[in-house]
Design a protein around this ligand. Sequence first.
Ligand code: PMP
Length: 287
Amino acid sequence: MSRIVFLNGSFLPIEEAKVPFMDRGFMFGDGVYEGIGVLDGQLIDNEAHLERLERSLAEVRIRNPYSRTEWTSLQEEIVRRNGMTEGFIYFQVTRGVAERDFFFPENAEPTVAMFTQAKAIADAPAARTGIAVVTVPDQRWARRDIKSINLLAQVLAKQAAKEAGAQEAWLVEDGFVTEGGSSSGFIVTKKGSIVVRPLSNAILPGITRKSLLRLSEEARIPLEERRFTVEEAYDAAEAFLTSASNFVLPIVTIDGRSIGDGKPGPVTKRLRELYLSMARVPAMAAE
Ligand code: PMP
């Protein structure tokens, strides 16, 4: 069975889904996106993802073509049509199709595209072994709080990480870690506090980050919301990342240096377990 995607009102086989040449997403990267995790066939933290989508669209002045209820039905339908129980849903909205010109087009309809990627998240090997990250300069624009489809800086950063034998890049500005190429970055101090950069225009407000902060508060794990340097990360007891498609992933080396004893740490493991149990609660009970 071919993968079924959603494009501008229709579900269709991916081979038949065509976006016009002059789409502003293609020409300018003029659009925003969201990505959400699916576990046991359930959408995780969907309301928060839809809220962030609404915010991104408003910030770049693209009309939101659907209500939250409509988005949710489309997401549920694409999961159902692809028979996906675990993985990732990607969806993007661009400013639409118009002759190439920088000014907003008068009458363009937003282009909406959505697809699924089946993936083992709960039982991912990387969660057992931990991953390597390398640091690279943060070369992105000044509005990283908007989930823009312009990801060229992240493509280059993550490719540099791959070529250095790592699985994620940590982006660095003025000596401080901003976040991962496609994840939020955390360290755990030797005293056992979680440290994470506060929200600002410098980072994406990660939805998994937000849930993790709530879970750590409930578990009474001390939290310091502040910037941390690369040196502090090298010297941390533990490091980890969060994202919708990975939940919580241990980081065992940064720039080739072992973090802690070079194995996934106890605080990270506990947080991953807490996140998994939260994600596994049937949606009805969680509301
Ligand atoms: N920061 C960046 C730059 C990202 O691309 C992502 C993943 N989209 C995240 C953080 C994590 O956000 P979330 O937990 O909402 O997936």
